[in-house]
Design a protein around this ligand. Structure first.
Ligand SMILES: Nc1ncnc2c1ncn2[C@@H]1O[C@H](COP(=O)(O)OP(=O)(O)O)[C@@H](O)[C@H]1O
Ligand SMILES: [Mg+2]
Length: 318
């Protein structure tokens, strides 16, 4: 069953230099209980997309077109007041660098209890604290750490607490923006493993946002590759990793150490992302693409099926 359907979503920012088209024509759908990973280099629009889905964009941002249908309702049509009923209760978000946002002068458990109470007004402090205790158990924080302050927690424990907060209202979808980027690899692995278990247990759908393809490779059913504000490839993990069709996906995979199997030389992608204030008319990747032709520079590529559930944005892929 489709939980979230995003159609032709475009988001930009008003800046002093002009309108920056940070997300352009993004379409995808996500089934209930599935996990989806969005990958792409820094600045490609991942956070803007995540914040746009939650309608938590900064004031200079504008959603210029598209639909975000969640359980049959277009979230972009809701009043802000109605949207507040969706956030945290139905869709929650783990913000990029969220664990650094814990208030140092309050106990971690109290901060989470406060957040829970802010979203379910009928709940008393004692009930909220019991809820936090149960959530902490779920994410692997020992009960005797309930009275600790943030500085007494390791990075991994802080991140677990943030995950507990995201789970608090039993949402159907969690958007996790670079949830493990600040952690060392071992803790990263533990958190990802935990997330996978929680996801199975609760059947919650997850959108993982990461600049690191290895992270999403581990946890996601579906993969979306983003480049310069556009989704350039989307499909089941095995399709995208085993049969990448977009030259950017191919280059990205070649730039990482083999996820499994023998080590090979890394191939960095030469060049840089185009300016998003005046993006090129044709394909946005063509300046860095080894297969680009004159037509690629002239004509914008169209989003097309390359397999039953596999899509890509490249004139050469069809
Ligand atoms: N508040 C903002 N005002 C103007 N431009 C922004 C703002 N936030 C992000 N951008 C720009 O939007 C583009 C996408 O940024 P972002 O969504 O943060 O990418 P990512 O999360 O993939 O690193 C970048 O060019 C970035 O500079
Ligand atoms: Mg980001």
């Amino acid at each position: 069953m489709t939980l979230l359907e995003v159609e032709d979503l475009s988001i930009g920012y008003h800046t002093r230099k002009g309108f920056r088209r940070a997300v352009e024509g993004v379409s995808f759908s996500l089934g209930a209980g599935r996990s989806l990973g969005f990958v792409g280099e820094s600045g490609c629009g991942k956070t803007t997309l995540g914040m746009g889905l939650m309608r938590l964009l900064p004031p200079n941002a504008l959603i210029t077109k598209g639909r975000v249908t969640f359980e049959g309702t277009d979230l972009l049509d809701l009043l802000e007041e109605e949207m507040r009923g969706v956030r945290w209760k139905k869709i929650s978000m783990i913000f990029q660098a969220a664990m650094n946002a814990l208030n140092p002068v309050h106990r971690v458990a109290d901060q989470i209890a406060e957040a829970i109470m802010a979203h379910s007004h009928s709940l008393q402090k004692i009930e909220a604290t019991q809820k936090v205790e149960a959530l902490f158990q779920l994410v692997g924080i020992p009960k005797n750490r309930m009275r600790d302050y943030p500085h007494q927690y390791s990075g991994g424990m802080k991140q677990r607490a943030i995950i507990a907060m995201a789970l608090a209202c039993r949402p159907k979808l969690i958007i996790a923006d670079e949830p493990t980027t600040a952690l060392d690899v071992i803790v990263q692995d533990q958190i990802l493993e935990e997330t996978r278990n929680l996801q199975k247990e609760f059947g919650v759908a997850i959108i993982f946002i990461s600049h690191d393809i290895a992270i999403v490779a581990d946890v996601c059913h579906d993969i979306g590759i983003m480049y310069a504000g556009q989704l350039v490839e989307y499909g089941p993990r095995t399709e995208v990793f085993d049969h990448p069709v977009h030259p950017y996906t191919q280059a990205l995979l070649a730039s990482y150490p083999a996820l499994t199997g023998p080590k090979s030389r890394l191939k960095p992608i030469p060049g840089e992302m185009p300016n998003l204030i005046n993006p090129p008319e044709g394909c946005r990747f063509c300046d860095r693409c080894p297969r680009a032709t004159a037509a690629c520079r002239r004509e914008a590529p169209v989003w097309a099926a390359v397999g039953p559930e596999h899509h890509a944005l490249c004139a050469k892929c069809r």
